[in-house]
Design a protein around this ligand. Structure first.
Ligand code: ZN
Length: 344
């Protein structure tokens, strides 16, 4: 009997083609406007859908081709935020400064945020679709507040909007909704105290699979410096994983390859699906299938094989397009190789 293959997926984002937006940057300016921009976003989404299928990725995403940034792509659809009132704020515990908009009133969703992308994907692929949304705690860490006066209250307000959009995405045919919460790695106590509760509120009532992605960020300089100061073993997950294991979220996506995260921490996620980062997004060096298979083999010591989903460490948005494509192929080939090795 053939060994059941691993189901591969990616954290979420992929580079934008040069005809859609500026390349190799985290906040790319669009190179189109009006109806031409909408057309170019849809074209890029279909292009990456096909590229993921051809590479052999099983659970595909829209590559976040319609969003300038993983947080603000959603916020554009939220009333109560003044984008003209941008202030400089230290985010992720002052790891870096960002110009962030200000919450000035009660929050409300201005219609659906991502219906067009979700329906486009559902029409064009038979594979499972994963859709990413920013998590409530990461959103409140990426905004200035001049209305709620309380981070938890504001997080809950965002969680209700995320839930509204997530239910819509589920109705559009999305198979898995993933909330991105890099802030869980920065504010570990608060993540346990209220971050996971806000996340569960965002996922409330969903029948599709739910996931949370936590990581050490893109390969930007501020993140590289931060990681250098974290010591020999990165233990941030140690605090959050047991609380996530006790939560209603189905799956956790984490960084593994080329990180100093001890693989044993994955044992703290008993009962959850684990999306194991086997592709480094902070390096342009393309992994060999052997390297990917070795990361999977190490994770298998702590994660049952039916719960293990080979994945990327984080989004690939700021990378070179041809490198990202080669990394997709390496991920799928490495997952097959790992499967063959077990089958022997
Ligand atoms: Zn990430």
């Amino acid at each position: 009997m053939a060994t059941q293959r691993f189901q591969t997926t990616i954290a979420g984002s992929l580079p934008k083609p040069g005809w859609l937006a500026d390349t190799r940057t985290l906040w790319p300016a669009w190179r189109q406007a009006g109806p031409a921009l909408e057309e170019a976003k849809a074209d890029a989404t279909l292009l990456w859908l096909k590229a993921q299928e051809d590479a052999g990725i099983d659970i595909v995403t829209d590559g976040e081709q319609s969003r300038q940034h993983f947080v603000h792509g959603f916020l554009e659809y939220v009333e109560g935020i003044d984008f003209d009132r941008k202030v400089k704020m230290g985010i992720r515990n002052n790891r870096y400064d960002a110009m962030v908009p200000t919450v000035t009133g009660a929050l409300r969703l201005r219609g659906r945020a991502h219906q067009a992308e979700a329906r486009l994907m559902r029409t064009h692929t038979d594979r499972k679709i994963k859709f990413t949304l920013p998590g409530p705690m990461t959103i409140v860490d990426t905004l200035a507040d001049d209305y709620y006066g309380d981070r938890v209250r504001m997080a809950h307000a965002f969680a209700r909007l995320l839930n509204e959009e997530a239910r819509g995405l589920e109705a559009d045919g999305v198979d898995m909704i993933q909330f991105d919460e890099p802030a869980f790695n920065v504010y570990m106590d608060e993540a346990v105290e209220w971050g996971i509760g806000a996340l569960e509120l965002a996922a409330e009532g969903l029948r599709c699979r739910t996931a949370v992605h936590i990581c050490y960020g893109y390969g930007i300089e501020a993140n590289i410096r931060w990681k250098e100061g974290l010591g020999e073993e990165w233990l941030q997950y140690e605090k959050v994983f047991p609380a996530l294991a006790a939560s209603r979220i189905d799956a956790v996506s984490l960084e593994c390859i080329n990180s100093r995260v001890p693989a044993r921490l994955m044992a703290l996620l008993a009962g959850k699906d684990v999306m194991v980062g086997a592709i480094d997004v902070a390096s342009e060096a393309v992994e060999t299938p052997d390297e990917v298979a070795a990361t999977i083999a190490e994770a298998l010591r702590y994660v049952p094989r039916e719960r293990l989903f080979p994945c990327t460490n984080c989004g690939m948005a700021p990378m070179d397009r041809s490198v990202a494509l080669a990394k997709l192929q390496a991920l799928a080939l490495g997952a097959r190789l790992a499967c063959d090795k077990i089958g022997q």
